[in-house]
Design a protein around this ligand. Structure first.
Ligand SMILES: Cc1cc2nc3c(=O)[nH]c(=O)nc-3n(C[C@H](O)[C@H](O)[C@H](O)COP(=O)(O)OP(=O)(O)OC[C@H]3O[C@@H](n4cnc5c(N)ncnc54)[C@H](O)[C@@H]3O)c2cc1C
Ligand SMILES: *[C@@H]1O[C@H](CO)[C@@H](O)[C@H](O)[C@H]1NC(C)=O
Length: 605
């Protein structure tokens, strides 16, 4: 397909442009001998793994080894404006997963499938995400605790967020008690206001929303969110936690190492891992623990490949079951999303694509690390709203992202086909937006009701797993999106947007739904089933739960049931997805996991 020709060209151009703006310093990595023995092996250097490894290596007596499948991040990953491209680009920095054909959703997608980005690079998905930093609310974590996960309530985990953060943003004074300046992770406010920002804010105000710090206890409201950037460059979790500490003689990072299995001995203890590097099978051994931080898709996959999971599924693939654990890979949750309700505008300029290509943009970024290159391309701000899905009015159940581009800004050449829409839909709907000024409002369901799964395709570790989010299988999610659409229509028609920008909704009907009455509930339900897709936030596939819950995979101390010396520490342990973007809570899980390990091995902080 065309985008397979275009993607490498676009990526090549971005690499060249980024190289002229950024000085890269490589991560210090190692090449291990066969059968290396260390104290702790951490699988994956993503949002959680980087934090775990760095914190464990604070004990000089512990040898910590990180095995990462990916390699050095490219220069374009450092320039925030280019972040968005990662979502659709099949590249060597991505696992290039495709989700299984959906039964209840994705009706305007090729084969009812879609691209499902996950970072395969040092830093993992934190090296390809949008850098939005939002922690999650009190209720998210208090609910985890109510489910029997002692120690995970908001008041208990809040100090970990403070420990993470080196806050440099605009809320430092007004919201001082929610921020700290002593951690390794730089958090900044967006360093550039787009020409749309004031209209975005005025629209929120008009609807009675408050301008808030999403990382305080007020979540319903609007603002340009804080980002995990450092002086205007992306700071992935590994940039913040691993890179500055790789000089420690007890902390080693080996890249290009695809772990294929956890080695479990006769006493049901995890003693090491097998991995492939340079085409050769190798092993490494852990005296104390093996920690899976491979993310919500690959951590359950590794458990299954190691014989931990639903017995029947393992037998089907000829894997000897070591622990029959039915929850492994189940309970998959994602913030199902509707990407592109679109408004055309007659006032204001600022096509985001053109803006980042100007010499002024390059100069601003080179000299002051601000301007349109310093923020994710087209990103203006976030509204979080309670629409009554959650009975508590202080809790958001939808997140809207205001983007100053339309889906058709590239004439349907790259973004829409990468996401997975059919050629017919692109011709009939997306291309009609081409060449016109406008904005879109992306919406994600923060309290999804549908549950999916990650299962093995085969026992071959090189095969991608079967990822089935089962989007919209619970019609409550369609109801949530319908409510979200109704609200956003009012938002799009505020004086601020209607008169300020001359906004007019692009109301062409989509393929598959043309027979339904314009703007009826039935039309929108149809639109949702045809157009909604992944929010790129998989979680909860190795559910943390007390032993009384038969679906649990790890204990509240993140130990895998039935095996000693093995934990999962990443987004897969969330028993319930948080009502926010996942990177911040996942890094917090890394901090918490490391402190649990230190406690269990009697090493104080
Ligand atoms: C395009 C996109 C945009 C996003 N934007 C945001 C955002 O703006 N804000 C936000 O909060 N969240 C965002 N997210 C979500 C967030 O980034 C992720 O949920 C989070 O980073 C997940 O962290 P993790 O540690 O669980 O997994 P990851 O960060 O994915 O880490 C897993 C690591 O393990 C490695 N690995 C996997 N399998 C193996 C193996 N077998 N052997 C060795 N290594 C292995 C991977 O290469 C990777 O480095 C976004 C996600 C995507 C895809
Ligand atoms: C937008 O708001 C105006 C003014 O309140 C109103 O007259 C108009 O009908 C609204 N349009 C839509 C599409 O709701």
């Amino acid at each position: 397909m065309l985008q397979h020709l275009i993607n490498p060209l676009v990526l090549g151009a971005l690499t060249a442009l980024a190289s002229s703006l950024i000085t890269m310093t490589a991560y210090r990595t190692v090449t291990l001998e066969q059968d290396q023995v260390v104290d702790f092996i951490v699988v994956g250097s993503g949002s959680a793994g980087s934090v775990v490894a760095s914190r464990l290596s604070e004990n000089p007596n512990w040898e910590v080894l990180v095995l990462e499948a990916g390699g050095q991040p490219p220069p374009e990953s450092k320039v925030p404006a280019f972040a968005a491209y990662a979502i659709g680009a099949d590249s060597e920095y991505n696992y290039n997963y495709i989700i299984a054909p959906q039964r209840h959703a994705l009706l305007n997608f090729r084969n009812q499938e879609s691209f499902f980005p996950r970072g395969k690079v040092i830093g993992g998905t934190s090296a390809i995400n949008y850098m939005i930093f939002i922690r999650g609310n009190r209720k998210d974590f208090d609910t985890w605790a109510e489910m029997g996960n002692t120690g995970w309530d908001y008041d208990s985990i809040m100090p970990l967020y403070m420990k993470m953060e080196n806050y440099k943003g605009k809320h430092a004074k007004k919201y001082a008690k929610y921020h700290s300046q002593t951690g390794p992770l730089s958090v900044e406010s967006m360093r550039w206001d787009s020409p749309f920002t004031k209209y975005f804010k005025a629209a929120g105000k008009e609807l009675g929303l408050e301008e808030v710090d999403f990382n305080s206890e007020k979540h319903v409201g609007y603002n340009a969110p804080d980002l995990t950037t450092n002086n205007g460059e992306r700071q992935s979790a590994s940039d913040a936690y691993l890179k500055p500490n790789l000089h420690r003689s007890n902390l080693r990072l080996q890249a290009g190492s695809l772990v294929t299995k956890v080695i479990i001995d006769r006493n049901l203890r995890a003693i090491g891992v097998e991995y492939i590097r340079d085409g050769k099978m190798r092993r490494a051994f852990a005296r104390k623990e093996v920690i899976l931080s491979a993310g919500a898709i690959d951590s359950p996959k590794l458990l299954l490949l190691s014989g931990i999971g639903p017995k029947q599924q393992l037998r089907t693939h000829g894997i000897h079951p070591i622990v029959d654990l039915k929850g492994v890979g189940q309970n998959l949750q994602d913030h199902v999303a509707l990407p592109g309700l679109t408004w055309f505008i007659t006032k204001n300029s600022g096509n985001a694509v053109q803006l980042i290509l100007t010499p002024e943009a390059r100069r601003a970024y080179r000299t002051k690390r601000n301007g349109p290159l310093s923020v994710p391309m087209g990103f203006v701000g976030i509204y979080m709203v309670n629409l009554g899905v959650d009975p508590d009015p202080s809790v958001q159940d939808v997140q809207y992202r205001f983007l100053s581009v339309t889906l058709g800004a590239d004439f349907g050449l790259v973004v829409a086909p990468n996401y997975g829409y059919t050629d017919e839909l692109i011709r009939d709907y997306v291309k009609k937006q081409g060449g016109r000024r406008g904005f879109m409002i992306f919406m994600g369901v923060m309290r999804p009701a549908s549950r999916g799964s990650v299962t093995l395709r085969s026992k071959n570790p090189l095969d991608p797993p079967v990822i089935d989010p089962n989007f919209l299988s619970n019609s409550a999610d369609v109801d949530s999106l319908l409510k979200s659409i109704r609200y956003v229509m009012v938002l799009g028609n505020t004086t601020a947007l209607r008169e300020g920008l001359g906004a007019k909704f692009f109301d062409q009907k989509v393929l598959g739904c043309k027979h339904l009455a314009h703007d009826s509930d039935d039309y929108w339900r149809c639109y949702i089933r045809h157009m909604a897709g992944s929010g790129a936030h998989p979680s909860s596939t190795c559910k943390m739960a007390p032993s009384s819950d038969p679906d649990g995979v790890v204990s509240p101390r993140l130990k895998v049931r039935g095996v000693a010396g093995l934990r999962v520490i990443d987004a897969s342990i969330m028993p319930l997805i948080t009502g926010t973007n996942l990177a911040a809570p996942t890094m917090m899980i890394g901090e918490k996991g490391a402190s649990l390990i230190k406690e269990d091995w009697s090493y104080g902080d």
